[in-house]
Write a protein that binds this ligand. Structure first.
Ligand SMILES: [Mg+2]
Length: 388
């Protein structure tokens, strides 16, 4: 079966949400991002603001110089995350193979959905209409035989566009596409490629793969594929199952030397608590039941547990319970050989879609702080500070 991939990119996502929710912002230049005063960088600029040359990752003070009358807002990332989840839910009405790649970009594998629609174009229109009617937001859509080409297609016609790239279109398209416009090719790589005489994506596709591999290693092979418009990576759907959800989380430690020294044991229990509760939080979980396991020097084993009504996941909360359990033990003449903590009866904070979105927002903030770091290097420490 021919693969058909659809890529959605929301138009000026954060700014569009602000314009939707604040009618007085409509049709005006809006800049979302930054912190107190002129600190921080632009997260998203509305199309009206882009006309002044304002773009993402630009320092706020610079944006203010370009367009002093623009409306500057720090934004409400919690609200944006909720909108992201709604967009994914809408996409999932078309196919279950939906992969969010950033907070405002989603891939859908619609290969199997085609029979239920008249055409690729109709699928794109259906999605645009649903998103417009339910969320009052616009998006651009690209459809192509793979992810790489679908993303390129989206970029061709923005905002509110629909662009379909067929296999036969690729050659002509790539011959007219400057190499620095290609996704995944950074400034430095573009310079190196130009030095090799590669100016367009088409040039890249025709260039001998072996030389690219010699120059770039593994990435050279990828570059060669990119130049030919080949991308075999699948759309990886968000898991809707619970397979990533453990029943319990536990850690054990065998002591180097058997001991009955309570203070030492408590220190080891603290370390174990840190380790176990960190793993718990990484799963976005909290636990109702905390179990302490003790093996003595005579190899007998005891477990003690305590169940709380309100699930816990902080080190301090868990450690308090562990110590309460430990303090009740009468060691007698026995020494301890092994200690274990088990957290069970778990409760998970969010569903898989929300979890995925949450981690994508974290990623976005990481890239914003990288942009800030770059600017600090360029302009000095004082000038930039990321918004809170
Ligand atoms: Mg976007």
């Amino acid at each position: 079966m021919e693969r058909i991939i659809l890529h959605i990119d929301m138009d000026a996502f954060f700014a569009a949400i602000e314009q939707r929710d604040n009618p007085e912002f409509q049709g005006k230049p809006i800049v979302v991002g930054g912190g107190e005063g002129n600190k921080g960088v632009v997260s998203t600029a509305s199309y009206e603001a882009r006309k002044f040359g304002i773009h993402s990752a630009m320092p706020i003070y610079q944006a203010k110089k370009l367009c002093p009358d623009a409306i500057f807002t720090k934004g409400n990332y919690h609200k944006y995350a909720e909108e992201s989840v709604k967009i994914i839910n809408i996409c999932q009405t078309i196919t279950s193979i939906v992969e969010p790649v950033s907070v405002d970009e989603v891939y859908l594998d619609i290969s199997g959905s085609i029979p239920f629609f008249e055409s690729k174009q109709q699928i794109a229109e259906t999605l645009q209409n649903k998103i417009l009617n339910e969320l009052h937001l616009t998006c651009s859509i690209g459809i192509a035989p793979n992810k790489l080409l679908a993303k390129i297609a989206t970029e061709i016609n923005k905002p509110s566009g629909i662009t379909i790239i067929e296999k036969n279109d690729v050659e002509k398209l790539f011959d007219n596409m400057p190499i620095e416009k290609m996704f995944g090719i950074g400034e430095k790589t573009a310079i190196t490629l130009k030095n090799l005489g590669i100016y367009t994506s088409g040039d890249l596709g025709r260039f001998p793969e072996s030389i690219l591999v010699k120059r770039f290693g593994k990435f050279g092979k990828k570059l060669s594929y990119m130049g030919k418009g080949i991308d075999k990576s699948p759309v990886v759907p968000i898991s809707s199952s619970n397979r990533n959800r453990p029943k319990s989380i536990s850690n054990e430690i065998t002591l180097l030397e058997n001991t009955s020294d309570k203070e030492r044991i408590k220190k080891i229990l603290l370390k174990l608590t840190h380790k176990t509760s960190y793993r718990l939080r990484k799963k976005n979980a909290s636990a109702h039941t905390i179990t302490l396991k003790i093996k003595y020097d005579n190899f007998s084993v005891n477990t003690f547990n305590h169940t709380v009504e309100q699930a816990v996941n902080y080190d301090s909360e868990i450690y308090k319970i562990v110590i309460n359990l430990f303090d009740k033990i009468n060691l007698g003449f026995r020494k301890i050989r092994l200690l274990g903590i088990r957290l069970s009866n778990l409760e998970f904070a969010e569903d898989p879609v929300q979890l995925t979105i949450f981690s994508l927002y974290k990623k976005r903030f990481a890239s914003i702080s990288q942009a800030v770091d770059k600017l600090k290097k360029k302009y000095g420490e004082r000038i930039i500070n990321i918004g809170e």
